[in-house]
Design a protein around this ligand. Structure first.
Ligand code: HH2
Length: 262
């Protein structure tokens, strides 16, 4: 899954693809590089990010979705917590709703997902983006994240979302201590895949990579991002959400060729 952030403030690429033409050029590049899904976001979820009004999100996303749709049938996911935005995105041609709040943000999130009939990504986050990195605490991070995701999947199904449309995501970096929580979660991913839903994993350029590698900045985290993607592949995740599609796709191709030769 290739990331297209049409935001002024995303943590690693904010401002680079805010204009429609730039975002479209980036989407085209990711398709050529081997993305199987595009994930479009118009509101940063980085710690401390300011909320974006729904109309602004829609104004950034709908023309971009329509432009991509006009030239490609690649599945389009939209990274938003707002049902109005998910609706507008679906009308423009998106088929997947990636919600970092696991359909908890608005009272009509669950029913909207059911009504749209789209695929949904339910991600784990402790707290909300503005405050999530303030002293997160878990007794057993893998068990708690898995239990949360199982409960949200049940809630989605109870609201009418078809089981086969549900994806789960442990939410690396969302209300997790960089080392104490993210690493056990990555080591315990098989307990998330064991829940029986496709799992999406997002490690690309995240802070724990810098924490492990002498403070490496966002644009110097490709090696760590690929290491995380391969850890996900080894645990059986269905997709990895990445900024650097070409290098990640190559790593996954070689990794799976070796796995098949075993
Ligand atoms: N991570 C980010 C945003 N959305 N969605 C899912 N399902 N999983 C993730 O791990 C995830 C996500 C953060 O990355 P990015 O989009 O690059 O930054 P920002 O939120 O600042 O736009």
């Amino acid at each position: 899954m290739g990331i297209v952030n049409t935001t002024p403030d995303s943590f690693s690429d904010g401002g680079r693809h805010l204009a429609l033409a730039d975002a479209l050029a980036h989407a085209r590049r990711l398709i050529v590089e081997g993305a199987d899904i595009l994930d479009l976001g118009a509101e940063s979820t980085r710690p401390g990010a300011d909320p974006v009004p729904a109309e602004v999100e829609i104004a950034r996303l709908a023309p971009l979705i329509e432009a991509i749709r006009a030239e490609s049938d690649i599945p389009i996911s939209v990274d938003t917590m707002k049902p109005q935005v998910a609706r507008a995105a679906a009308a423009a041609g998106a088929s997947m709703w990636n919600d970092v709040t696991a359909l908890r943000h608005a009272p009509d999130s669950l029913t909207t997902a059911a009504e749209l009939g789209c695929e949904v990504v339910l991600m784990h986050m402790l707290g909300e983006p503005r405050t999530m990195q303030a002293e997160p605490h878990y007794d057993d991070v893998v068990a708690e994240v898995a239990a949360f995701l199982a409960v949200r999947a049940e809630a989605a199904m109870a609201a009418g979302v078809a089981r086969e449309r549900i994806w789960l995501d442990p939410g690396i970096g969302f209300g997790k201590h960089m080392i104490r929580h993210n690493l056990p979660l990555l080591a315990g991913l098989d307990r998330i895949t064991a829940l029986g839903f496709p799992v999406l994993l997002g490690v690309s350029r995240k802070s724990f990579i810098g924490a492990l590698d002498g403070g490496a900045k966002t644009d110097a985290r490709l090696g760590g991002s690929i290491a995380g993607a391969l850890a996900g592949a080894a645990a059986g995740v269905a997709a990895v959400r990445v900024h650097d599609v070409r290098d990640t796709a190559q790593a996954l191709t070689v990794w799976s060729a070796i796995a098949q030769a075993r």
